[in-house]
Structure formats: C-alpha cells, structure tokens
Design a protein around this ligand. Structure first.
Ligand SMILES: Cc1cc2nc3c(=O)[nH]c(=O)nc-3n(C[C@H](O)[C@H](O)[C@H](O)COP(=O)(O)OP(=O)(O)OC[C@H]3O[C@@H](n4cnc5c(N)ncnc54)[C@H](O)[C@@H]3O)c2cc1C
Length: 300
C-alpha cells in the first residue's frame, strides 16, 4: 500500500492537515526512517499519512526574537530570546551567530555532516531519546518548547519548559493534533560553557554519556549562575536545581569539584545497554561534572 503524503508551506496549513488526517509529522526523517524501516530493500512503511514539515517557512529558520506575527502576549519576557524553528536543519542552526556555544558544540558532534543537513532540533526533542545529544544543552540553557495546534480559524499555543515536555524515554506531552514549532532559548553570554559527548568514535557515534554545563563568574570570582545537565544516565536528562542553587554565590576558587560531582551521583541512574555499562556511565558522568566545575576556578 502506498503512503499518502502532504507537504504544506505554511504553519496553519500544516496544523489543519494534521488535525484532519491524523498524520505523522516528518521533519528530517532521520529517526523516523530508521524506526519505520523494513529489510530487503523494501521502502519504509507508515501506518498513517505523512506530514512533511521541511517546507513550512515559519518553522524552518532561526528567528532573532519572537517571530512578529506569532508573538503571543504571554511571551513578552521572551521576545528577545532566540526562537529556533523546530524544523530548521541542524546545519542551519549551526550557522546562526546567536546560537549558544554549548548547543552548537552538541550539534557539531551529532551524527555527521550529511545527516545534519536533514535532521532537526524538533525531531531530536520530539523523539525523546534519553541519549539525544542536543537535550543536555537545552536543559542547561533553560529552553522552552512552543507547541501549536489548530483552534477554529486560528492557532492555539502552549509553551512549556523542556523538562516538562519530555516525560520519559520516547514519551512527551505532545498531543496528536500538535506540532512542536519553536525552541525558545533565553539570550545570555555565559562566561563558561562546557559540552562533552562520550561515544565510540568521532562521527555517527552512539552516546554513552553527554554532559552540558554553563556558568557565570563575576569580576570578584564569585559564581553567579550555574547549571549542569547530564544525558544518557537516566530515563530523562538530569538537572538538579537544588545543587545549582547551593553553588551560586560561592567563590569559584572555593568550590570542591569532586564533592559537587558526588552530590549529582544520587541522581544518576544509568543502565547497561548495547552502548555502555551503568558503571562506566556513572563514573564518566562524575568525571565530566568535576572537570567542568574545575574549569570555573582554572584562571585563579
Ligand atoms: C546514522 C544516524 C546517526 C545519528 N546520530 C545521532 C547522534 O549522534 N546524536 C543524536 O542525538 N541523534 C542521532 N541520530 C538520531 C537523529 O538524527 C536525531 O534525533 C535527529 O535530531 C532527529 O531529527 P529529525 O528531524 O530527523 O526527526 P524525524 O525523524 O523527522 O522525527 C522524529 C520524531 O519526532 C517527531 N517530530 C519531528 N519533528 C516534529 C515537530 N516539529 N513536531 C512534532 N513532532 C515532530 C516525528 O513524528 C518523529 O516521531 C542519528 C540518526 C542516524 C540515522
């Protein structure tokens, strides 16, 4: 049986089709084509119509600030944030000058160049793999997810922190009539950004552990902002606000990197799988966290 496909060019059209056809959103297809594959050179099989998102103009670029026509009142505080279109190819996200270095680094290490020309941030988030590489930076940066659906003649919008959007492995709060449209990232130039992905090779590597850290030090050497996020060590990305709050306000030179990493160990719950062992993951997550904290006092 052949697959019915739609390729809308506007968001309202895409949402209307999704609502009417109960279609499967398809951004870059780099997760979907694997999940839907059949063997023996048979084409992938989709059990419902496919909704291509790659021609939906509004969500295939990076916007400096809220896209004018779509900026709802409740987002006034975020109007200066970076709005990354969920269906923007990762290679285009990389080219944008205002994208945070910690997120860029994770994208540079995601898959390989050809794949990044198709794969999107929205797909990485909606697929909700515990090992998705862009997730730890997005958690550390306090990203918010914009989700749209059709309501009468217009668009209904909800905005949630990424940690509330992802509920578990492959599980999100996305409804069948909703499209993830933007990833909103507050603008801030951190004095310290750190990202490490531990895999088996430089490209197309399955992630064993990923770690993102961002922090600020003021002129007196005190830590004024601090956030850490760990990937592939629990069902969802691990971020612990209580530990972060305890670090803020201290002189960077007084921080005990090992002790801070020890505290995170209580929240790290890795598993053994085909990529790595739980013991290796726990040990590596600890080492990366301690290394990041040590960079904060490195210039003292
Ligand atoms: C060879 C190879 C190497 C890879 N390497 C890595 C890697 O190193 N790191 C990594 O993290 N991932 C990797 N991946 C996985 C994949 O490339 C990424 O997760 C990618 O970001 C998925 O984006 P996509 O646009 O291709 O998603 P798609 O495959 O199009 O979609 C994935 C899921 O999200 C849904 N979806 C997509 N966009 C939206 C939207 N806007 N609104 C609602 N639902 C949506 C789809 O319906 C589907 O369920 C790799 C994949 C392959 C094939």
């Amino acid at each position: 049986m052949s697959t019915v496909v739609f390729r809308p060019t506007s968001l309202i059209e895409a949402l209307t089709i999704l609502n009417r056809e109960h279609a499967q959103p398809f951004a870059g297809g780099t997760d979907l084509m694997v999940q839907r594959r059949r063997y023996g050179s048979l084409p992938p099989r989709f059990d419902r119509p496919v909704l291509f998102l790659d021609a939906v103009g509004e969500i295939t670029t990076v916007h400096d600030g809220a896209p004018g026509a779509q900026s709802p009142g409740q987002l006034d505080g975020e109007s200066r944030a970076l709005w990354i279109g969920a269906a923007c190819p990762l290679s285009e996200v990389l080219k944008h000058g205002a994208v945070s270095p910690v997120l860029k680094r994770s994208i540079e290490l995601l898959a390989a160049p050809g794949l990044r020309n198709r794969a999107t941030l929205g797909g990485n988030i909606a697929n909700a793999s515990p090992a998705a590489d862009a997730l730890p930076p997005l958690y550390a940066l306090g990203a918010r997810i914009v989700i749209d659906s059709i309501a009468g003649d217009g668009i209904k919008r909800r905005v949630v922190p990424i940690g509330e959007f992802i509920r578990g492995p492959r599980e999100t709060t996305l409804g069948p009539e909703e499209i993830l449209t933007f990833v909103v990232i507050p603008r801030h130039d951190y004095s310290h950004s750190y990202y490490r992905k531990v895999g088996t090779r430089a490209a197309n590597a399955l992630t064993k552990v990923a770690f993102a850290g961002v922090a600020d030090r003021d002129a007196a050497g005190r830590v004024t902002r601090f956030a850490c996020a760990f990937g592939a060590v629990a069902p969802t990305v691990v971020r612990v606000p209580e530990i972060e709050a305890d670090v803020v306000g201290h002189a960077a030179s007084s921080l005990d990197a090992e002790a801070i990493a020890d505290r995170y160990s209580a929240y790290i719950r890795p598993i053994d799988d085909q990529r790595s062992t739980a013991a290796y993951r726990a040990h590596t997550a600890h080492a990366l966290c301690a290394d990041f904290v040590a960079t904060l006092s490195a210039e003292d």
